[in-house]
Design a protein around this ligand. Structure first.
Ligand code: SF4
Length: 279
């Protein structure tokens, strides 16, 4: 069996920055609180928890004046304000690409634009963006949700960094048919797009793909959904989910990973398949 690892596997720059920042904070302060998971990968989250990170879902549970980290997806403005009220020592690890959307949305809202956020409404990145634009915005995940748009409204479109590019184009296409004065900002993450392009190329060269990444990771799910249209594929969080039966009659396997999956997990899959090949 021939095994090929995707060129862009391993952490993206935003996740690398968040993990480096969290590790440094833990070395210096032994403990910090984080609202929600710092990145969408259970293996990494567990490692950081073992080192002293405490994940909370309620900001009132964080003791005043303690160390507090903002995850790579950003934080809702209401929660941020509560953190400031509690005099928390804030270490902001929001990905710079996400931060850029925050600045853009704040500026556009100030100019009277109504913001259409294309993305998954339950994703923390989208919730944080929505909190900045408040009543002057709405989230759209599918083209079916466009019916109530007003033809003459001044809309501005932004998109969740890890949203599926094809789905984004489909929604944008329909919005511009419905409306007249819409400005489109392509805020998709270029690292995610590059990874998707490379993964599709690899999918054309192999007859099975293994996609490694957190089950709750948006970019990993998009990768998996994209490649499985071309070849049979499996999405795993860690090596224990692999089953040798999957590789019966497979000659060429591609291994790719989401932006929040460690290079080490990819290596483990490679070693597992190499061992399988030798046996
Ligand atoms: S996928 Fe892109 S936007 Fe998201 S954390 Fe990584 S670099 Fe930042």
């Amino acid at each position: 069996m021939n095994i090929i690892i995707g060129k862009s596997s391993g952490f993206c720059s935003g996740v690398q920055r968040a993990i480096k920042g969290a590790t440094t904070a833990l070395k210096e302060h032994k403990k910090f609180y984080c609202f929600g998971e710092i990145i969408h990968n259970p293996v990494v989250v567990k490692t950081l928890k073992d080192m002293g990170m405490v994940v909370v879902s309620d900001i009132t549970k964080v003791p005043d004046k303690s160390w507090f980290v903002i995850r790579s997806h950003g934080l809702q403005i209401e929660i941020y304000k509560k953190a400031v009220e509690k005099k928390l020592e804030i270490f902001d690890l929001t990905c710079p690409k996400v931060k850029k959307i925050h600045r853009l949305v704040t500026e556009l809202t100030g100019k009277g634009r109504f913001i259409l956020i294309i993305g998954n409404p339950s994703h923390p990145e989208v919730k944080a963006i929505l909190s900045l634009a408040r009543e002057n915005s709405r989230v759209i995940e599918t083209p079916g949700e466009l019916k109530t748009l007003t033809f003459s409204e001044q809309y501005a479109i932004v998109v969740q960094t890890t949203f599926n590019p094809e789905a984004f184009l489909e929604i944008v296409h329909d919005i511009i048919l419905f409306t007249k004065k819409t400005i489109i900002y392509n805020t998709l993450c270029e690292e995610t797009i590059k990874r998707q392009k490379e993964s599709l190329q690899l999918a054309n060269e192999v007859d099975f793909m293994v996609v490694v990444g957190g089950g709750n990771s948006s970019n990993t799910k998009t990768l998996y959904n994209t490649v499985k249209k071309r070849v049979p594929a499996v999405h795993i969080e860690d090596i224990n989910e692999l089953n040798m039966k999957l590789f019966k009659d497979v000659k060429n396997v591609g291994i790719i990973s989401g932006a929040s999956a460690p290079e080490n997990e990819v290596k483990k899959v490679y070693e597992y398949l190499t061992g399988f090949t030798k046996n």
